[in-house]
Ligand binder design. Sequence first.
Ligand code: CMC
Length: 430
Amino acid sequence: MSEHTARIGLETGPYDTEVLQASVGNQGIDVRKLRPQTGYVTFDPGFANTAIAKSSITYIDGAAGQLLHRGYGIEDIAMNVSFLEVSYLLLYGKLPNVAELDAWNADISSHTMLNEEMRSFFDAFPRRAHPMAVLASATYAISTFYDVYRRPTRKQEIDAGARTLLAKMPTIAAWAYKKSIGEPYVYPNNDYSYVENFLHMMFSRPTEDLPIDPVIVKALNVLLILHADHEMNCSTATVRSVGSSRANMFASVAAGMGALWGPLHGGANQAVIEQLQAIHDDPDATIQSTIERAKDKNDEFRLMGFGHRVYTNYDPRAKVLAAFAQDVLDRMAMSDPLLDIARELEAAALADDYFVERKLFPNVDFYSGIIFRALGFPQRMFTVLFAIGRLPGWIAHWMEMNNDPDTRIMRPRQLYVGETARDYVPLDQR
Ligand code: CMC
């Protein structure tokens, strides 16, 4: 057997197949013909060992704690470029030059307004509605203004869909927030950059314009970039799964938002702050009791913002954020007792055998909420901020999936363990 082939020994005989080469990282055993040729399927709940596609967008080396977007290290791009530049990089595979970036910024800013009829859509939600529910619903709703019922096929249409989603998402998010606090919606102002505009729509009022603080703009840019893509995470796999049925980009992205909202995924950023706040407020919830609860296998409680499917080392995004949190607080001349609690909790966890043996480290959600809080965002908006950040990643994966000749409708198999065929029993005899 050559180094590019693999053999699986089965009762019925060997299954010989190709080993698919990655440019770096795990090589893949091609099992596409396994079931038709042998009658066996692979069993892999959570797809922990299954590559669902070949991709050239993002690479993670979990053991080294390395994250690359189109080959660029996250530490470099987070600090040196704008969120829209990173979005362009993810979607189109290269950093834009000056002319391309000017055109891209102008294109996005000229599409930030929502159709005026969307006002009544926001009005219809109860004030207590969680902004993630409003965000996902509005993502579906804006598609109705463009008649995008089917998957677009022409590049021009696909690019227009991407631009619409990227341009309008901050407006949708800010309006969902304004609705929740009973304030008038603020319209976008295209004199502002992408991030400035979002802050303006979130925090300005018809009576007073928010002064735009460059420290906040920089911090939010960094945060959005750190969330921009993470290869086949749960929400991105959802976007690809829905898109594989040839559903349109809006429907696929809205489904991804549903996946992101869960507390094991993007919902963790809100849950982390709730956990830190409990340690701060509740005398029974100490650092040690929180660690002990997280280790208790009879309790489904987990240390939120800790652990990751891919990283067995410090998440590089968390590394940037741990340092950045203090920097942002210093620049804003603020302090936050939750940052001290987070540091103590991290130190206690990293010294505990349970976390050491399982290689559980802080992930991106551990420190992000502390910065979101310092920037003035309420907790219920944290996962919405993650969604705005992750949007270019979802779109880039949708585009890649859509162009990939290997794409087939996502339709896993199962190991059936239920009853085998039984005789029907009429109702009066059961
Ligand atoms: N607290 C306590 N124990 C944990 C934690 C945690 N946060 N994370 C993992 N473990 C334990 C888990 O109980 C298991 O132990 P054992 O081997 O004894 O059964 C072991 O570590 C492996 O965990 P797993 O659940 O099999 O790992 P997974 O890859 O299926 O789950 C995870 C990954 C992120 C869902 C999980 O680590 C977790 O629930 N973390 C807390 C939620 C969180 O912070 N989510 C954000 C993830 S990063 C950003 C994002 O993608 O949204």
